[in-house]
Ligand binder design. Structure first.
Ligand code: TRP
Length: 325
């Protein structure tokens, strides 16, 4: 039987091209080698104040994105976290073996507490316990995560170990599957990672239309041509990286030679980059438009049934081991 992979996805709107090239694209491929479980983590989402209508539509849209990107509901399970109450039951039990001190030293908790001073709620602190419950409930062995979630995954491993020591061998310790180190930088501030929090012009959403993609790439920061050092500027390097990550090795090589003998025209480099992005996203965008809300509902109804079977089974085992009547 293939190993179980669990992926938790925040319903926070459309991914950008940096998420896509750095992680998502590879995570879709993993489906072939694993039994994939993809969970929209709406319970996690409300640790930050969310507008109900926005949360609802973001959840629907994130599922549409996953389907259009190529997650196959015939092969993988796609479901919504709040549809399976066992996540909360297991999270409560795991709360009782998780030291508060471990939670207080989590980087993401400290950052979020700083950003949301007027809403430092208990859920923000116990967020990683719910995340551990997500993973352990399905006895997942592999978890694709970004660097920012590595600390949480390490805690999930500690919690699994503690549970196994106290109540007997139950959970495998989940392994991280890390992104491949393909880092796309901001278009407007290329020393920073591309991120939606730095504003519209620094990122390309995977749903941006060709016109928008061209405009944004055309405005990307390059260099002035008068730099004192020979080192390539971060903005130019970022454009070259796009070509590499998009598999345009021949164009990359040709333009790199032009860069080195200083005949390169950045307008041409930008055109090549924009063309490649548009080409890469064309299929996804076409499929994305065709997916209706009714299809989403069908997929998650089926996903709920599949997830429920495993979740209920695990919880029966857990309750018995703990000694619940
Ligand atoms: N915390 C993760 C993030 O912000 C989302 C998440 C929730 C998750 N539960 C998970 C990721 C379980 C992996 C496994 O990206």
């Amino acid at each position: 039987m293939s190993k179980i992979l669990f992926s938790g996805i925040q319903p926070t709107g459309t991914p950008h091209i940096g998420n896509y090239l750095g992680a998502l694209k590879n995570w879709i491929l993993l489906q072939q080698n694993y039994n994939g479980i993809y969970c929209l983590v709406d319970l996690h989402a409300i640790t930050i104040e969310r507008d109900p209508e926005q949360l609802y539509s973001d959840t629907i849209n994130s599922i549409k994105d996953l389907l259009a990107l190529g997650i196959k509901p015939e092969k993988s399970t796609i479901f919504v976290q709040s549809h399976i109450p066992e996540h909360l039951e297991l999270a409560w039990i795991l709360n009782t073996i998780t030291p508060v001190a471990e939670l207080e030293r989590m980087t993401q908790y400290k950052d979020k507490a700083k950003e949301n001073k007027n809403n430092i709620n208990a859920g923000l602190l116990t967020y990683p316990v719910l995340m551990a419950a997500d993973i352990l409930l399905y006895k997942a062995q592999a978890v694709p995560v970004g660097d920012d979630q590595l600390q949480h995954l390490e805690l999930a491993r500690i919690i699994a170990r503690k549970f196994n020591n106290r109540w007997g061998d139950t959970f495998p310790e989940p392994q991280a599957i890390l992104p491949e180190g393909k880092r796309i930088m901001s278009l407007s501030q290329p020393t920073k990672k591309m991120s939606k929090s730095h504003g519209e012009k620094n990122y390309i959403a995977i749903t941006d239309n060709p016109d928008t993609i061209r405009k944004k790439i055309n405005k990307a920061v390059t260099d002035t041509g008068n730099e004192k050092t020979d080192e390539m500027s971060p903005g130019v390097k970022n454009l070259f990286d796009f070509l590499l990550y998009l598999g345009k090795n021949d164009i990359h090589m040709k333009m790199m030679a032009e860069y080195q003998n200083k005949t390169i025209k950045y307008a041409e480099l930008k055109k090549a980059v924009a063309d490649s992005i548009i080409e890469e996203l064309a299929d996804f965008q076409k499929r994305r438009e065709q997916i209706k809300e009714t299809e989403v509902i069908e997929v998650i109804t089926k996903g709920k049934k599949q997830a429920q079977i495993i979740a209920q089974q695990t919880m029966q085992e857990v309750r018995k081991k703990i000694g619940f009547l």
